[in-house]
Structure formats: C-alpha cells, structure tokens
Design a protein around this ligand. Structure first.
Ligand code: UDP
Ligand code: MG
Length: 321
C-alpha cells in the first residue's frame, strides 16, 4: 500500500475553548484540498483554565487524527511548542497558533516551499492589523535590534507559523534549554528557510494572552538567549567612562596646581557620584539578567510536565522527559 507522508500540525492552546472547534473546521477544509499528505493534529493544552481540554477530548473522539497533550499547569507557549515538536513523528511538522491568526489557507504555499527543496518555510506578517502603533513600533525596533546584536537573523514580523522537515525538528528538539525563544532557535539551527509573507488577520474569538509586560520579558529572553552584546556594552561603557574620568582628573589637577584648591566642588561631586551610581546599578542589573538565566538553566527542571495525553504509547514514554 502506498503510504502518504505525514504532516503533524502542532497547536499550542491556552484558554482557547471557543476557537478550537472553529480552528479545526477551517483547517479541515484546507486539508481536504491537499490529498497528497496525511495530516495529524497535536494540540497542546498549556494548563488552560477553561474547557479547552474537554474540547480537545471531544475533538479526539470525533476525529482519528486529533492527538493532544495536556500540561499540569501553564508553562507558556514556548514550552507548549517544545512538547509538540518533541512528540511529533511526522515527516513534516507545522507549528501554528490556535486563534486562526495564522491562516491555514497558507498550507499549500508552505508545502510547495518544502517540495521545492527547502528545509523550512516560515511566515512573516505583512501588516499588523489590529495592533496599536506603539506595539508595531516596538516590534520593529525589537527585530532590528535583535538582528544587529545577535547571529540569528529574521525578518521584521517573523511569527511562529512554519513548516519544517523532520531533520530540522530533530535538531530543534536537541536544543533543550529551559528559557526558550523559538523564533531565534528556529534560525539558530540553520537549514534552508524560505520566508513568505502573509496578511495578518485580527483575532476574532477569544483574546490575546500577551500583556505588555509579558512581551517585554519575551523580548529580553530573545536578546539574552542569543547575544552577550549587553555584557560587552557594559565593558565598553566602563572603559569610556574611565577614559573621560582620566581626562577630567588631569584637567582638575592642572587647574588645582595653577589656581590652587577651589573648594566649591559640591555639585560636580554630587553629579559624578549619582551618575556613576546609576551606571553601576544598571550594569549589575544586566549582569543579573544573565546570572538569573544561568540559575534557571542550572536547576535543569523539565520544560513541561504532561498530565494527560492520547498519543500512542511508544510516543508517550518520552512525555515526562
Ligand atoms: N498560548 C499558549 N500558552 C500561553 C499563551 C498563549 O499556548 O501561555 C498559545 C495561544 O493559545 C495561541 C498562541 O499561543 O494559540 C498565541 O497566543 P496569542 O494569540 O495570545 O498571541 P498573539 O497572537 O497575540 O501573539
Ligand atoms: Mg494570536
């Protein structure tokens, strides 16, 4: 019998009870137009507080190709994606959001990219409809900063919606760092990636899980995971300040020798002390960011803990890893 190649669709879900039935309906429509491949869903319930897990169970009962993993608590989207990738066995793997902001209609184009010989076909959004100007600006700044200071390069607006070959997925799973920044990891592993543009769609059901603070922490993760440039900046800053201080000392010494001691130096001293205090605090903060990350990695806790799954036995053995 001719066996079709399998494509696993990994969908991290956190409180997506309203969206999931819609998601599967829309995606099934697209899948029906691609008979050349078998598709399997791997939904990852990231410790949802609503009925997401029940909906997954219902979908699994209805469709043979629906698998799910449910976490013991909310571990975050990055952990959910990792769990999906680790448990996938398909020849190709698609990663996408549940909220239909990653339109399944892009599947044929993505698969075509793989068939052209690319190892990965990833998407970046053309326009960020439904996002505030401030958020768009910050996102743009983040991507250009990230690209400048680290080795991984990605286009502005790169999202976590992509298809990858088994070989690439295996390489990503081998990177078992705890504080994951997948956008960067996907680029870090290398392989030939085709970038295609898509029009961003507004979330119609449910609401975004990202707070401004959450996004800020995520951006910090991105920067610190792939670059030690901030640490170098501190060193350079220290050097520049020392050089300036040295010049200032020489000038003051000469002034003192020529004009005698000029007592009222209160403001200058205060400014110097406060300024240096600020710089030292900031430097300790940057160092702390990196040390905190070393601390978390050193504890070597699992990336996620699965409480329930309907994946095959051979697959689920590795679940508690
Ligand atoms: N998500 C998750 N765990 C979380 C937060 C989000 O698995 O802690 C999932 C969420 O269910 C969705 C995807 O990650 O499928 C993207 O989330 P969201 O739509 O809130 O992000 P945005 O599109 O606003 O970047
Ligand atoms: Mg979304």
């Amino acid at each position: 019998m001719w066996i079709l190649k399998l494509i696993d669709i990994i969908v991290p879900c956190y409180n997506e009870e309203e969206v999931l039935p819609l998601f599967i309906e829309e995606t099934n429509k697209v899948i029906a137009t691609i008979p050349e491949y078998d598709f399997r869903y791997i939904f990852v319930d990231d410790g949802s507080k609503d009925r997401t897990l029940e909906v997954m169970r219902e979908l699994a009962a209805k469709f043979d190709n629906v698998k799910y993993i449910s976490f013991s608590r909310n571990f975050g989207k990055e952990s959910a994606m990792y769990a999906g990738l680790e448990n996938s066995t398909g020849d190709y793997v698609i990663v996408m959001d549940a909220d239909l902001q990653h339109p399944p209609a892009m599947f044929p184009k993505m698969i075509a990219g793989i068939e052209e010989g690319y190892d990965c076909c990833a998407l970046y959004r053309a326009k960020q409809k439904g996002e505030s100007k401030l958020r768009q600006l910050i996102s743009k700044m983040f991507f250009s900063f990230q690209n400048k200071i680290s080795d991984v390069k990605m286009p502005d607006g790169a999202v976590d919606y992509r298809i990858m070959t088994r070989q690439m997925v295996d390489s990503i799973v081998r990177l078992c760092e705890k504080q994951r920044f997948s956008k960067g990891l996907f680029c870090w592993v290398g392989y030939k990636t085709k970038w295609i543009e898509y029009q961003n769609v507004e979330r119609t059901v449910g609401k975004t899980k990202w707070s401004f603070w959450g996004l800020f922490k995520y951006a910090l993760d991105g920067i610190t995971s792939f670059s030690v440039t901030p640490l170098r900046c501190i060193a350079v800053l220290g050097f520049v300040i020392s050089a300036l201080a040295f010049i200032w000392i020489i000038i003051t010494l000469i002034q003192t020798l020529i004009m005698g001691i000029d007592v009222p130096g209160y403001v200058t001293t205060l400014c110097a002390v406060l300024f240096m205090g600020g710089i030292i605090e900031m430097s300790v903060g940057v160092l702390g960011e990196y040390i905190g990350r070393i601390y978390i990695e050193a504890k070597d806790r699992p990336i996620y803990i699965a409480a329930e799954t309907n994946l095959d036995d051979e697959n689920s053995e590795s679940l508690q890893a």
